[in-house]
Design a protein around this ligand. Structure first.
Ligand code: AMP
Ligand code: TRP
Length: 317
């Protein structure tokens, strides 16, 4: 089986954008690839985050991932900083990456706007570490949301530069987009659902009934907003009802309140078993720590072997 790698930052709980845009695909692809999934805590350090938040978020994100169906018997799930090699390979890649490429990255520009008082160099070199995450395992498939395509293109550039300078070693990677690569925000239908737009923008896997009801009720219902709600209904609801509501919408007959009610009902139903699993892991954090430690051990084995080969090619050993 081919190797697949993906990562997600521990900057908060998973929301429906993360789930539909990326993580649902992570779950579905477990039988097709040899999957390696990482909670990328070193990447999260580039944002405004306290030590306590980083530690707590890492555990709760691992819990969310297990609860939606990442199966540690099938896939490797680990904390990025537990594996030696990511930062070392990032350094090597940094010497191959033109600064001009990094300056072009839209995530860098967006984050620089968002955290004007903390434009650290890690924020600029963030995609170099991302390339190292992927290529350390010589992964070929990388499931992500649309906003990460530019970073993956840069990963391909870095791999090509390495292969040209030293020897053809890294495979060509392919981004794998989910059927909805871009879930829109509930409170701004022209922007993607995102933590940075605040609570009303998103629904997390941990939101309770009252919160879900309130957020959907307040969701913007302009044309793009209704499309977004219909899309969400399509993924969580009943296919037949979806086509009826879609037809009603096109005929200008759809009651937004009905769509919102139906969607709320389906979301609550969908999240119930996930939330039961989250509660289980929250009550047994040692179980989660063990899964992460075991994942790190498996990942380290692959990383050690590949890094040794890479260092030989570069002339470091
Ligand atoms: P982030 O929360 O920005 O760290 O993103 C984690 C993963 O979820 C990445 O693969 C993103 O591409 C994906 N993602 C984040 N927000 C959305 C969204 N609104 N729609 C689709 N995918 C998303
Ligand atoms: N940059 C990604 C994001 O913001 C997270 C990430 C880090 C990642 N390393 C990765 C995604 C490697 C895919 C592969 O969502």
């Amino acid at each position: 089986m081919k190797t697949l790698f993906s990562g997600i930052q521990p900057t908060g709980n998973l929301h429906l954008g993360n789930y539909l845009g990326a993580v649902k695909n992570w779950v579905d692809l477990q039988n097709k690839y040899s999957c390696i999934y990482s909670v990328v805590d070193l990447h999260a350090l580039t944002g405004n985050i306290t030590a306590k938040e980083l530690k707590d978020n890492t555990l709760s994100l691992a819990i969310d991932l297990l609860a939606v169906g990442i199966n540690p018997k099938k896939s490797i799930l680990f904390r990025q900083s537990d594996v030696v090699g990511h930062t070392e390979l990032a350094w090597i890649f940094g010497t191959l990456t033109p600064i001009a490429e990094l300056n072009r990255m839209t995530q860098f520009k967006d984050k620089s706007e968002e955290q004007k008082n903390n434009i650290n160099s890690g924020l600029l070199t963030y995609p170099v570490l991302q390339a190292a995450d992927i290529l350390l395992y010589k992964a070929e498939a990388v499931p992500i949301g649309e906003d990460q395509l530019q970073h993956l293109e840069l990963t391909r550039v870095i791999a090509r530069k390495f292969n040209n300078k030293y020897k053809t070693y890294f495979p060509t990677i392919n981004p794998t987009l989910s059927p909805i690569p871009r879930v829109m925000s509930l409170n701004a239908s022209n922007k993607k659902m995102s933590k940075s737009l605040g609570e009303p923008s998103y629904i997390t896997l941990r939101d309770n009934k009252a919160t879900i009801t309130k957020k959907i009720k307040k969701a913007v219902a302009d044309e793009a907003g209704v499309h977004n709600l219909l899309d969400l209904y399509y993924y969580f609801g009943d296919a037949k009802k979806h086509s009826t509501m879609k037809a009603d919408f096109e005929a200008n007959k759809l009651m937004n309140s009905k769509l919102k009610e139906e969607l709320t009902k389906e979301l609550i139903k969908f999240l119930k078993p996930i939330q039961t699993k989250i509660k289980h892991y929250e009550a047994h954090p040692k179980e989660v720590e063990k899964i992460l430690a075991n994942g790190a051990k498996q990942a380290q084995k692959i990383a050690d072997k590949n890094l040794k080969e890479i260092k030989k090619l570069v002339g470091l050993i």
